[in-house]
Design a binder for this molecule. Structure first.
Ligand code: NAP
Ligand code: COA
Length: 266
């Protein structure tokens, strides 16, 4: 394994990663395991989750457990946190990455469609953070990392639901940072831009718009899953010990307001 970080960065740490069965959050769980952590990964698709846990455990040196369930249901989430505590005895790091999104004009979006995305992203983030704080982090401290987006910094067509959900996630990050700081709990977010080889890009960026999207990104490329995992490693580690209540944007500069046409600059 090649890594920018010390290979034993998270040795002895226990993490819970929702959405860890696929995409960006599987990459985060993999990076945690590769740096020595024990990680519970959460999702609804049991088979995919178990395959991911087996794959990560085989790579080591840490290990992964599949903890299936829906983050929208608080009783389920309590069971998941208890299940991880039974296996690992402690919990230090929570990554809230479970999310739902699709393209839909607001005028055609059903009330239940809007609520579903809010429930997965925002209520799910609250549920998992709340249960983890009550059962472990509130006593021993720790780090919560909420996976957000940049959709709500300006306005994003066809994603009123997801933009509203991520705005709520960011507000939750700041509020919990304020309230839980005295208990030694840091709460931060990561706002990725478009990340290659993910469900997010597959669902939200039609293939014929890829070139145009690339031209609007100052670094002229999409991100890699590993680059978001590196930000998560940093926020989870002692190197970020003074950082709480902030959201780190990792998007190659994509959400910078652009006052002139970059195309004309070559
Ligand atoms: P993804 O692979 O589809 O990840 C979403 C995960 O959430 C899946 O593993 C899914 O597993 C899980 N999930 C969904 N609903 C759930 C529920 N109710 N309970 C438990 N788990 C649930 O997508 P991704 O593109 O990697 O996105 C990961 C995160 O990055 C999301 O928070 C997303 O908003 C954010 N993000 C992504 C991009 C991007 O370019 N991809 C950009 C900005 C932000 P199950 O279906 O098995 O439940
Ligand atoms: N366009 C418009 N509305 C949609 C939709 C779409 N593409 N997909 C789902 N909806 C609506 C449904 O019609 C339903 O509303 P209704 O009852 O008024 O008809 C509502 O959303 C809930 O749909 P359902 O399929 O029951 O939700 P679910 O909880 O099973 O799945 C989703 C949640 C819809 C977000 C699903 O896409 C999912 O599981 N996503 C996880 C992966 C993901 O989104 N990854 C990208 C992360 S950036």
């Amino acid at each position: 394994m090649s890594t920018t970080f010390r290979p034993d960065l998270l040795h002895g740490k226990v993490a819970l990663v929702t959405g860890g069965g696929s995409g960006i959050c599987k990459g985060i769980a993999a990076a945690f395991v590769a740096h020595g952590a024990s990680v519970g990964i959460v999702g609804r698709k049991v088979e995919r989750l178990e395959a991911a846990a087996a794959e990560l455990s085989a790579r080591g040196p840490g290990r992964a457990w599949a903890l299936p369930g829906d983050v929208r249901d608080y009783a389920t989430v309590e069971g998941i946190v208890d299940g991880l505590l039974e296996r690992a005895g402690e919990l230090h790091i929570v990554v809230n990455g479970a999310a739902g999104n699709f393209l839909c004009p607001a005028a055609q979006l059903s009330s239940n469609g809007f609520r579903t995305v809010l429930d997965i992203d925002a209520l799910g983030t609250f549920n998992v953070s709340r249960a983890a704080f009550e059962r472990a982090l509130g006593q021993a401290g720790g780090s919560i990392i909420n996976i957000s987006a940049t959709l709500h910094y300006g306005a994003t067509m066809l994603q009123v639901h997801a933009a509203a959900a991520k705005a709520a996630v960011d507000a939750t990050t700041r509020g919990m940072a304020l309230e839980w700081g005295p208990a030694g709990v840091r709460v931060n977010g990561i706002a990725p831009g478009p990340i290659d080889d993910t469900e997010g890009v597959a669902r939200l960026l039609p293939a014929d718009q890829r070139e145009r999207a690339l031209r609007s990104i100052p670094l002229r490329r999409f991100g890699l899953i590993e680059e978001i995992a590196d930000v998560a490693l940093f926020l989870a580690s002692d190197a970020a010990s003074l950082i709480t209540g902030t959201v780190i944007v990792a998007d190659g500069g994509a959400c910078l307001p652009q006052g002139m046409n970059l195309d004309s600059m070559g």
